[in-house]
Design a protein around this ligand. Structure first.
Ligand code: S3P
Length: 171
């Protein structure tokens, strides 16, 4: 089984993926961490030194590399992964299941403001500009996110509740 978790920045893809992998005793891969390991640079360094286009190219390359693995895994994507190249098509072709962790603008904005520094896409924005940016950005990206096979709402739910909901669903 190849499970892919997707959704906007700060929707909990990595932490839920990690927790779910313990629950299901499956291998866990975080695409951003995989990129950091392979490139030996942080995501911020890649964005700042080589630019977003370079990042989107290697993101596509490593996504393909992971999806072609024979063994089972839970893969957490970066927030933008489904929205570039033919990534969403590839995901739905190669993965057993794709799951969109869907949060409202207010849910992700609150989390993003406190974790802004490690996210190059929003790092230079003033806090008061973030809600409008996220609202527009989510509007553009939902077309891709909604191609996921399953949509799970995350608003007002704890990590444990979401993991249990997913575990039940995948049983
Ligand atoms: C991005 C999200 C990030 C990371 C990169 C770009 C995006 O991942 O891949 O900074 O375009 O939304 P997270 O969703 O894990 O923050």
């Amino acid at each position: 089984m190849k499970i892919v978790l997707l959704g906007y920045m700060a929707s909990g893809k990595s932490s839920i993926g990690k927790e779910l992998s313990k629950h299901l005793k499956m291998n866990f891969i975080d695409l951003d961490d995989y990129i950091i390991e392979k490139e030996k640079e942080t995501i911020t360094e890649i964005f700042n030194q080589k630019g977003e286009i370079y990042f989107r190219n290697i993101e596509n390359k490593y996504l393909k590399e992971i999806l072609s693995k024979q063994d089972d895994f839970i893969l957490s994507l970066g927030g933008g992964t489904p929205c570039y190249a033919n990534n969403m098509e590839l995901i739905n072709e190669k993965a057993t299941i794709s799951i969109y962790l869907q949060g409202n603008v207010s849910t992700v904005v609150e989390r993003l403001i406190s974790e802004k520094a490690k996210r190059p896409i929003i790092a230079s924005l003033n806090d008061d500009k973030i809600p409008e940016f996220v609202a527009k950005h989510l509007f553009e990206r939902r077309f891709y996110y909604e191609q996921a096979k399953i949509i799970i709402k995350i608003d007002a739910k704890t990590k444990t509740e979401i993991v249990n909901e997913l575990a039940l669903l995948l049983d």
